[in-house]
Design a protein. Structure first.
Length: 393
């Protein structure tokens, strides 16, 4: 019988070693450093209105990749270009997904938009479709006459107001310019305030951006979701209904409409052509069209306004810089014609001003959050599957 004990002992020792090795390697999985968390709350008590600035202050003690907890949800934050590169370039496939939330599920048709799509075949197909068909250089160039015309309307308004010594609210004017350009590019026509809900088009878009940026406690404490203590889920569902009715109306207006008189096909035309021809080669119906329409509208309107608003503010605060911009414009363009988009590549100083303002006042300082689809090691730190990642630019 002794000959039986020997192989059994070898197998037992082997299994024991394997278990010990697993235990040992588990111990080696160290999360990035971060502040001490409170039970349940995590680190929520450390943040005020400006999350990106508060995170920056805390990171000074912990380094360029930091672990924190929003309630029960673990979050990893990257602070330097090298750290960001680790998540967005070196391990891009692991971190390309976005976390699900009430806004992406309800307003964006269960994450059928680009910004919050889950990484996978749909994510790849939809990006390819948008890159080739909606946001190609040829498509963007085709809208150039429209952009010139809209800018001309604003310049004439400001000229007239200057002659009459009237005060102009430039933020409101640039906001309308951005909204009109986005609407013309996406829907082919401008939409007025009365076209969306009782509050009006721009106010509803602002509501949507506000709610998307607002912390939803049900996301941090999933067991609270059914109580909807902030009324967050109710507001999201109301907005989803308003947007859906509006987007359905836009699609109905496009179906059966002739494109012949149009200067350039708008983006809904292109999306509806793909839908009707069945050329997409992946599941693509009205929900996908609506999700992409809304994505483009939300992604383009406020980012452009915020960026231009800050550039104008900083130029007014720094007359010496404004003077240099004027001098360059006089040299490159002269005083007898409007600046054209083609001039932009020769306006090097203006380009630097824009880049510096983007650095100082990025439109989305934390970028939309990412979520990992598998375990990963970053800079010798462990990032477990499902980690949320914020890039603090
Ligand atoms: C000054 C203007 C703009 C700024 C500052 C800006 C900024 C950004 C930022 C920071 C992101 C997130 C990138 C990331 O998480 O990796 C983004 C994504 C996006 N933007 Fe813009 N954007 C601007 C204009 C526009 C315009 C005009 C459009 C549409 C015509 C647009 C469409 C999009 C789309 C579709 C995405 C999602 C891309 C993806 O998830 O892969 N943006 N933008």
């Amino acid at each position: 019988m002794a000959f039986l004990w020997l192989p059994l002992a070898v197998v037992a020792i082997f299994l024991l070693l394997q278990k010990l090795q697993k235990k040992f390697s588990k111990k080696k999985k160290i999360l990035p450093p971060g502040p001490r968390k409170l039970p349940l709350l995590g680190n929520l008590h450390m943040f005020g209105d400006n999350l990106h600035q508060d995170l920056n202050k805390i990171a000074k003690k912990h380094g360029p990749i930091m672990s924190i907890h929003f309630g029960l949800v673990p979050v990893i934050v990257a602070f330097t270009p090298y750290a960001a590169e680790q998540f967005l370039k070196t391990h891009d496939l692991t971190f390309s997904s976005r976390p699900s939330n009430q806004v992406s599920e309800n307003i964006f048709y269960k994450r059928k938009n680009l910004v919050s799509a889950r990484y996978g075949p749909y994510w790849r197909n939809m990006r390819k479709l948008c890159t080739l068909q909606l946001l190609s250089s040829a498509k963007i160039l085709a809208f150039q006459p429209m952009r010139k015309q809209e800018l001309g309307i604003l310049i004439n308004f400001v000229k007239q107001a200057a002659m009459e010594h009237k005060v102009v609210d430039l933020t409101a004017k640039v906001g309308s310019l951005s909204a009109n350009m986005s609407c013309l590019m996406i829907f082919g026509k401008k939409y007025m305030d009365e076209d969306l809900g009782e509050k009006g088009f721009k106010a509803i878009i602002q509501d949507m951006l506000h709610i998307a940026a607002l912390p939803n406690f049900s996301d941090f404490f999933p067991f609270l979701r059914i109580f909807d203590l902030q009324g967050y889920n109710r507001r999201v569902k109301e907005l989803a209904k308003l947007f859906d009715e509006f987007l359905e109306r836009v699609i109905d207006e496009h179906v059966g409409e002739s494109n012949e008189q149009k200067q350039a096909k708008d983006m809904v035309d292109t999306l509806m052509e793909i839908l009707q021809s069945g050329a997409a080669e992946f599941e693509f119906d009205r929900r996908h069209v609506k999700a992409i329409m809304l994505d483009l509208l939300i992604a383009s309107m406020d980012t452009s306004l915020t960026t231009i608003d800050w550039i104008l503010t900083e130029l007014l605060r720094h007359p010496d810089v404004m003077k240099k911009v004027h001098n360059e414009l006089e040299q490159v363009v002269g005083k007898n014609r409007m600046v054209e988009e083609l001039d932009l590549e020769s306006l090097e100083y203006l380009d630097m001003v824009i880049k510096e303002c983007n650095r100082l006042y990025p439109a989305a300082p934390l970028l939309p959050p990412h979520e990992s689809i598998e375990d990963c090691t970053i800079n010798n730190f462990h990032s477990p599957k499902g980690s949320r990642v914020l890039i603090n630019i």
